[in-house]
Design a protein around this ligand. Structure first.
Ligand code: DX5
Ligand code: ZN
Length: 224
């Protein structure tokens, strides 16, 4: 096996919303731009919806990795795939028909992602791994940037990575929340290959340099 493919997806939740074009220009080495959609119901915070994401899609050089922290994803998620997002991730806790929704997203042409909050077990996903292109293990409670990484989520990530390997699955394993230079290695070591980082990237003097430092630290620790 060649070197691990590591993806670093900066979260624009930590960017300056009224200077988005300039902010996107500061992360030219990003693999995807992570876009946090919050509805003030599924999480106690509110960001933006499809109209804003459509403008970001039109101006971003990197593909979009949309993270929907919303109720009723069956109603809203396909719209994000239709506006051109490369990847659309909805929460297992909010979905009534997750496999059906993933199939609809793939039919439109997006990668289908499913996310789990820190306390949500992942075992129910084992038999349907092939239905998803990405599984997001939240490493903080969703809703806000700048929180501390929760190491207690790592055994769950490890079980998921073991299961994916056992089944020969190519699903990407993503982590989101509190990822920075001091935490990324443990997530990579547990099996993550796709890393969201908000404050660690946009809070740095040189966001592109921060992305490269994260990439190096993850590649060094990634074992699978
Ligand atoms: C939190 C969001 C994250 C957030 C991460 O609910 O899903 O994507 O932007 O921010 P940091 O990296 O600062 O923890
Ligand atoms: Zn996110």
């Amino acid at each position: 096996m060649g070197p691990a493919r590591i993806r670093i997806n900066p979260s624009i939740l930590a960017a300056d919303f009224v200077n988005m074009q300039a902010e996107l220009d500061r992360i030219s080495s990003a693999d995807f731009v992570h876009v946090d959609v919050m509805d003030n119901h599924f999480v106690p915070n509110l960001t933006f919806g499809p109209q804003m994401v459509e403008r970001i899609q039109a101006t971003s050089p990197a593909p979009l990795d949309v993270h929907l922290m919303i109720d009723d994803p069956g109603r809203w998620a396909p719209g994000y795939a239709e506006l051109g997002a490369a990847s659309v991730t909805f929460h297992l806790e909010a979905a009534t028909e997750p496999v059906d929704l993933a199939r609809r997203l793939r039919d439109i042409g997006a990668r289908a992602g499913i996310a789990v909050k820190p306390a949500t077990p992942v075992e129910s996903l084992f038999d349907v791994l092939g239905e998803f292109d990405q599984i997001l293990v939240m490493t903080v409670e969703p809703g806000f940037g700048g929180q501390s990484f929760m190491p207690e989520t790592m055994p769950k990530l490890r079980r998921l990575a073991d299961e994916a390997r056992r089944r020969g699955s190519e699903v990407w394993l993503q982590v989101d929340g509190g990822i920075g230079e001091s935490t990324i290695a443990q997530a990579a070591e547990a099996g993550a290959d796709t890393f969201v980082a908000g404050s660690a990237v946009f809070g740095a003097g040189d966001p592109d340099a921060a992305i490269e430092a994260l990439r190096t630290a993850a590649a060094r620790a990634h074992v699978h």
